[in-house]
Structures are given as structure tokens and as C-alpha cells.
Design a protein around this ligand. Structure first.
Ligand code: AMP
Length: 303
């Protein structure tokens, strides 16, 4: 399955000690691309970067992970998005962002033909964070393209990552999520984010809503509570095989997606894809940071 993943990766400054910060890179969709690649998948990351030293380092790191960069557009004289993670005295993490004018936000406005380039792929993955990068006009252009892409047999995959601070209002976010809901084939959802956007409701309710809107496969992740998965004919719960005490839950859902999709690319059943996602996520949350060391085994039985 040739997969294109659209989104934004940012410079990450973390783990400050005496005001010395660790330099890294992160972003939900990039995390999914990295774990998809580590689990054997073949993905291209679709975004815009600057031509500065940090953007060049990002590109090198993605390539070293086996993530394709042929659709990464370069906007000279810009500054890539950046976030800083601060740990307060209680160990709680706080995120501070500098991303309002990051190049990734201008990808589709400045390089609209990138969408034509994506026509050759089997599947396109994007998230709620991806949608929040663009203006409503640009989002419409993207959604029109995705509708067309699905209509000609492409698989549209959506993760509902909802970050309220990325949206000017709840109604703007609701409108964007309602639109993509009618376009996505495969929804890889976080129950927590569904509740944050739509209010308290049950997992079966959530599943029914997405299937009714036109999704053909829906996977609802709910932390240690397990997964509810379903398609147009069947639905089933999958408990988390081994509940662990997490070290850092960053990228739990993103890594689940990467392993799930790599399993799907190998033609495995929905239940097996869920199992692969659960195994990978459980390994990732036992390590600090979004991207765990390369020697961590992410595929069950492969050690
Ligand atoms: P979440 O985004 O919080 O729903 O988490 C994504 C996935 O990470 C879940 O579907 C689980 O498979 C896995 N996960 C989350 N928390 C735990 C935990 N405490 N132990 C094992 N797996 C977990």
C-alpha cells in the first residue's frame, strides 16, 4: 500500500536542565509515518519546510527512518514550526508553540499541484491536526480532492486528533470534522478526542455515527480500556492484551496507527491490524518521547 501522509512536523525542544534543551522533531502525522516505516510500510511525508539548518536536519532524519520526502516542498526564508516542552515542579508537561506562520500551513496554497502528485497513491492519511493547519477555503480544496481521490478508489484514512487550541472556535472545528467524516473510509479515532469535541457519548454510539456517515472501517482507541473496531458488517471489542504503566504516553495513538496501517498494507484482517497497533503502542509508551530508540521491537513475535 503506497501511503502519502499529510501534516506538519515541528522542531521540538524538550527536557530542559539548567536551561539546556534537547533538540528533537515531532508531529502526530510524522510519528505515524515513522512507525509505519519501522513496521515495514512504505510512506511519503507531504508537508512544507524551510531551507534553514533545522529543516535540513529534519529531512535527513526522516530519510534515515525510511520515510519518503519527494513531496516535501521548500519555502526559503521561512521558519519551521517549533514547540517547547516544559516540565513543571509536579512533573506535568506543558507545551508552548511557535507555529502560526510555519511553512506547512502554506503547503496547499503555495503548491496546490501537490494534490495532483498524490493521485498515484493507494492511500492518504491525515489528522485533525492536519486539518487545523489550513484556512477554511484551503480545507475545502483538500476535502474536494480527498472526495475525488476516494471516488476513484483511493483509501482516505483519518485520525481525529483534536487540539482545541489549534482552532478559532469549537464550531469551526466541528464543521471541519463533520466534513471529513463524510469522506474518510478508514477512521482511526481517539475516544478521548471524540468526547472533547462532541461531548460525552459511548463507543458504540461513536462507531455508529462514523459508519452512518460513510466510513467503511472504524477503529476507536480508548487508552488502556481497549479498542472498539467495526466495519459495515461486524463490530468487536479488543481488550489491551497487557496493560502497562506508561513512562510517557506521547505518540500512543500515532504509533498504534503506524503499526495498524503497516499490518493493513500486508493484507491482514481488521482484528490482526488492531493487535499490531496495540502491541506497538504498548512498546512506545514504555519509553520517553514520541520516537523511541530504533532497537525497540515494535512487531509482536519479531524479537
Ligand atoms: P490512546 O490514544 O490513549 O487511546 O492510546 C492508543 C493506544 O495505546 C491504545 O489503543 C492502547 O492500545 C495503547 N495503550 C494506551 N494506554 C495503555 C496502557 N496503559 N497499557 C497498554 N497499552 C496502552
Amino acid at each position: 500500500m503506497r501511503l502519502a501522509i499529510i501534516g506538519e512536523c515541528m522542531v521540538e525542544l524538550s527536557n530542559s536542565e539548567n536551561d539546556l534543551y534537547h533538540l528533537g522533531f515531532g508531529g502526530d502525522t510524522l510519528n505515524t509515518a515513522v512507525y509505519y516505516s519501522r513496521c515495514g510500510g512504505d510512506a511519503e511525508y507531504v508537508t512544507a519546510l524551510s531551507d534553514d539548518i533545522l529543516s535540513k536536519k529534519m529531512l535527513q532524519q526522516w530519510q534515515a527512518e525510511g520515510v519518503g520526502t519527494q513531496h516535501v516542498k521548500i519555502m526559503p526564508n521561512t521558519v519551521p514550526g517549533l514547540y517547547l516542552i516544559e516540565n513543571d515542579d509536579g512533573g506535568e508537561r506543558h507545551f508552548h508553540y511557535w507555529r502560526t506562520h510555519s511553512p506547512a500551513r502554506y503547503l496547499l496554497d503555495n503548491f496546490p499541484r501537490v494534490l495532483d502528485e498524490l493521485n498515484e497513491y493507494d492511500a492518504i492519511f491525515l489528522s485533525g491536526i492536519t486539518l487545523s493547519l489550513y484556512s477554511s477555503d484551503t480545507r475545502k480544496m483538500l476535502c474536494d480532492f480527498l472526495q475525488y481521490f476516494r471516488g476513484r478508489g483511493g483509501l482516505v484514512i483519518f485520525d481525529n486528533n483534536y487540539r482545541p487550541r489549534n482552532w478559532s472556535s469549537v464550531s469551526e472545528a466541528s464543521a471541519a470534522f463533520n466534513e471529513i467524516m463524510h469522506i474518510a473510509d478508514l477512521a482511526l479515532l481517539s475516544m478521548e478526542d471524540e468526547i472533547a469535541l462532541h461531548g460525552e457519548h459511548s463507543m458504540p454510539n461513536c462507531l455508529a455515527r462514523w459508519l452512518k456517515s460513510g466510513a467503511t472501517e472504524v477503529v476507536i482507541k480508548n487508552g488502556a480500556e481497549g479498542v472498539l473496531a467495526g466495519n459495515t458488517t461486524d463490530s468487536f471489542k479488543v481488550a489491551v492484551p497487557t496493560v502497562v504503566k506508561p513512562v510517557d504516553t506521547t505518540a500512543a495513538g500515532d504509533s498504534f496507527n503506524g503499526a495498524f496501517l503497516a499490518s493493513k498494507a500486508r493484507g491482514q484482517s481488521l482484528a490482526m491490524c488492531v493487535r499490531a497497533g496495540q502491541y506497538c503502542a504498548a512498546q512506545v509508551i514504555m519509553h520517553k518521547g514520541a520516537i523511541v530508540p530504533r532497537d525497540v521491537n515494535l512487531i509482536e513475535g519479531a524479537a
